[in-house]
Design a binder for this molecule. Structure first.
Ligand SMILES: [Zn+2]
Length: 271
């Protein structure tokens, strides 16, 4: 799935269409009134997380590439586009296997840009506040929460949790304040590492945890599991990624006596 930095690349690649007038629109999207698009100038091309936004005078189009979406600029794939915008000199934008949704034109009224990891308006304090409001949330879900970290995807989750040495089944509230801040900071840092590496076609070689079999720190096998409410693949090391769980006051752990069986760790909430 294209994550936020990939949508920033799309936005940059299409920037030259801003100010141009749509000559013709077509496609197999069921939600778009194509005839209403012709004749409209492109006011702006923007992004919010995984949303690519085409702002026109009377409406905006929200494009989400979902799992398998793609686009072509002045090229066509051997497939029917969901949306094709043609401009008068023959230039065109094609979007495939994506979701296209018309929105009212005033995007500032609909989007909180402070939540977008890639935005100049990104607000880490707001992210921290939102995290702290959900202490029971697992970090593997928090890192994918688009209302906190818009643009983050599964690669972010695996790489950032590995970087900060946090087990994906840790709960947000069990992290120290410093560790919560580190999580927020590293999500932003990773977003721009991702962007830089993706532009240079070297994103995958920089993966340390995502899809990897062996922990590069411990040289032992990573665990792989579909964790949390999001059920996305997690790759993690049980040795160097610490499991932080809230010492739930309702179930105090009896101190183990010498000679007794080792006490078991509090079971993480079922996914
Ligand atoms: Zn390790």
């Amino acid at each position: 799935m294209p994550e936020g930095p990939s949508i920033v690349i799309l936005r940059d690649e299409t920037a030259r269409f801003a100010g141009r007038t749509i000559a013709q629109a077509e496609g197999n999207s069921k939600t778009v009134d194509f005839s209403a698009l012709a004749g409209q100038p492109v006011v702006a091309l923007r992004s919010w997380g995984k949303h690519f936004l085409i702002q026109l005078p009377t409406l905006a189009l929200r494009i989400h590439l979902l799992m398998f979406g793609s686009y072509r600029i002045n090229e066509r794939k051997d497939a029917e586009p969901r949306l094709r915008l043609r401009f008068d000199d023959g230039d065109e934008l094609n979007f495939y296997t994506c979701s296209v949704k018309p929105l009212p034109p005033d995007l500032d009224a609909q989007y909180d840009w402070r939540v977008d990891l890639m935005s100049d308006q990104w607000d880490p304090k707001l992210a921290l506040k939102k995290l702290r409001a959900k202490p029971d949330m697992l970090v593997c879900d928090a890192t994918l929460d688009q209302e906190i970290f818009s643009g983050a995807g599964n690669i972010f989750k695996n790489e950032v949790l590995f970087r900060i040495r946090v087990h994906p089944l840790s709960t947000v509230g069990a992290l120290s304040a410093a560790k919560q801040r580190e999580l927020v900071e590293q999500m932003r840092v990773y977003a721009f590492d991702f962007l830089r590496w993706k532009k240079a076609y070297v994103l995958k070689p920089h993966w340390l945890a995502h899809t990897k079999r062996i922990c590069p720190r411990c040289e032992i096998p990573f665990l792989k599991a579909h964790l949390g409410k999001t059920h996305r693949r997690s790759f993690y090391c049980e040795r160097c990624q610490k499991l932080y769980t809230s010492g739930a006051a309702t179930t105090p752990i009896t101190p183990a006596r010498s000679g007794s069986k080792p006490r078991s760790r509090k079971t993480p909430p079922a996914s």
